[in-house]
Design a protein around this ligand. Structure first.
Ligand code: F3S
Length: 390
């Protein structure tokens, strides 16, 4: 199979529209050739990871600073290394903040919207069947699975190339036949499947088994927040970029997949429940992926009238924070902090703690390596009960 380009795409590749667009077209062509795409397809939006100075460092900043073009489609940024307004209060150093602002300025020059979040679907409408170039793994899993949009799990440069050209190579999850389930997790129904943290634990468990295959779940009826937790954890412990839930996710409702013909793995609550740790954490971190308005309201409800005894961090998109001022006021009155633009993994703020308690299967997978801390998983209620010492 060969990749064929339109005349205008050939002209970009020949450098007629400048070096940056040429380089971005080269990235797309290389990806298309490696993965066997026959052509490029237009995308509706892009979400670009590689935004924190903690993760991309000097080399990434230098590369970004040399780019000279504008994005062709609405493009948002993944969380950066600090709350852009309250970084001093977070304890971020002047030198880190300066580098971080340079990265943000470089993206801004390219026309990238400075919504620094892994939950862009709370800010902009994304529709079933739309082609995207998104790169943060939980956002990719949500877009494909919960919305029914179509995106591969792009690396940062691939997503940025898609954003600048407005197209991406048509391979993998952009193609309907490649979106069929490849194994079934037959989950034993139980009233205990009620908490997002348990769906995070389910995702952590099943993601390790699935790897990069497409799972189909039976026996559960998750809400959207629980689907978010499930997909984020599977993307972290495995490399799941799309999953289906019988009767719930859009493609499972639209297509009749022949699930009787594929490998079936039974799962129970006791399979996924992690052994409860009794060690008291040094801090609690919530909001991985970034909290929805309902999740912020839920945390506010739990903290209303209470005081935290250890640091509690809550992360969400800045616009979601601005849309829920009452919840944020209640949370911060307890002594907990609600930060935008950043998260527990891409900010250096959590590196000061030895044991961090989280309510997210994805954070459970990432915190040890990315923050150098031990991690404990609990429900949101357990996190707040321990933080308030009740
Ligand atoms: Fe989002 Fe950071 Fe978790 S990018 S999914 S909050 S690790």
């Amino acid at each position: 199979m060969t990749l064929s380009l339109l005349p205008e795409e050939e002209r970009i590749l020949a450098g007629e529209q400048g070096e940056t667009r040429q380089m971005m077209m080269e990235i797309l062509v290389a990806l298309g050739k490696v993965f066997g795409a026959e052509h490029l397809i237009p995308i509706k939006s892009a979400q670009v990871s590689g935004a924190s100075f903690k993760t991309i460092g000097e080399a990434g900043l230098e590369w970004l600073s040399g780019l000279d073009a504008r994005v062709a489609v609405p493009t948002v940024l993944n969380p950066v290394g600090m709350d852009r307004k309250r970084w001093r209060e977070m304890g971020i150093s002047e030198s880190f903040a300066r580098k971080q602002e340079q990265i943000i300025a470089a993206y801004s020059r390219l026309g990238v919207r400075l919504e620094c979040t892994c939950t862009p679907y709370y800010l902009y409408q994304t529709r079933f069947g739309e082609h995207l170039a998104w790169s943060e793994s939980s956002a990719v899993a949500y877009a494909n699975s919960v919305i029914g949009a179509r995106t591969n799990r792009e690396g940062g440069p691939g997503a940025l190339a898609g954003a600048i050209i407005g197209k991406t190579p048509a391979y993998g999850l952009h193609l309907v036949p490649k979106r069929r389930p490849e194994l079934v997790f037959a989950v034993e129904p139980s009233p205990e499947w009620g908490d997002s943290a348990l769906f995070g634990a389910l995702g952590y468990f099943t993601g390790k088994i699935a790897g990069n295959r497409i799972p189909f779940f039976t026996g559960i009826r998750p809400t959207r927040n629980q689907l978010k937790a499930l997909g984020a954890a599977m993307a972290a412990s495995g490399a799941v970029a799309l999953y289906h839930v019988e009767g719930i996710t859009p493609e499972a409702r639209v297509f009749s997949y022949p699930i009787d013909e594929i490998e079936k793995i039974p799962v129970t609550v006791s399979d996924v429940r992690l052994t409860a740790s009794e060690t008291l954490p040094d801090a609690v971190a919530l909001g991985c992926p970034h909290c929805s308005p309902e999740e912020l309201a839920g945390v506010a409800h739990l903290l209303d009238g209470r005081k935290v005894r250890i640091p509690v961090y809550v992360f969400a998109a800045r616009k979601v924070i601005e849309q829920t001022p009452d919840a944020v006021t209640i949370i911060e009155r307890s002594g907990a902090k609600v930060y935008g633009d950043t998260c527990m993994v891409v900010s250096p703020v959590m590196e000061q703690y030895g044991l961090i308690m989280v309510n997210s299967g994805k954070a459970f997978a990432y915190v040890p390596d990315m923050c150098g801390a031990a991690v404990r998983l609990g429900t949101t209620e357990e996190c707040i009960r321990i933080a308030t010492g009740e």
